[in-house]
Design a protein around this ligand. Structure first.
Ligand code: ZN
Length: 134
């Protein structure tokens, strides 16, 4: 018997859910491995640290992301949780890299992102200092 449009839609939604759960499981495992290893709490690409991340860029995706550094799979294979394939990345770099840029390409992009956040942090700091002195 042929499947109805609704059945096909439901099957596709179920598959998407499974894939998302599998990705989340892999991400949680990767995060645990990085913490175990004692990886520095800064982005591999732009060097922003976890404390400055939210202050400089604010929330991502309605606050679902942006508060913590994220595990990044250097080879863009989210199932590859070998510690040598993992690093920490900020939300901005992780979004920019997606699964399209290579680790090396993202290091180049990251140096540009680094200049942007440092500039914003300096402006915010200057603003804070001028308020504090008045
Ligand atoms: Zn970054």
């Amino acid at each position: 018997m042929e499947k109805t449009r609704d059945q096909i839609k439901e099957e596709k939604a179920a598959l998407r859910k499974l894939k998302a759960a599998s990705k989340k499981e892999s991400r949680d495992q990767a995060r645990g491995l990085l913490e175990e290893k004692g990886t520095p709490k800064s982005c591999e690409y732009c060097s922003i640290n976890e404390e400055a991340l939210y202050e400089v860029w604010g929330p991502f995706y309605g606050g679902k992301r942006g508060k913590r550094l994220e595990p990044d799979h250097k080879d863009n294979d989210y199932k590859n949780n070998g510690i040598e394939h993992l690093c920490s990345a900020c939300s901005l770099c992780n979004c920019a890299k997606s699964n399209k840029l290579t680790h090396q390409e993202m290091i180049e992009v990251g140096s540009s992102i680094k200049r942007k956040w440092q500039k914003r942090a300096a402006i915010a700091y200057a603003h804070y200092r001028s308020k504090a002195s008045t």
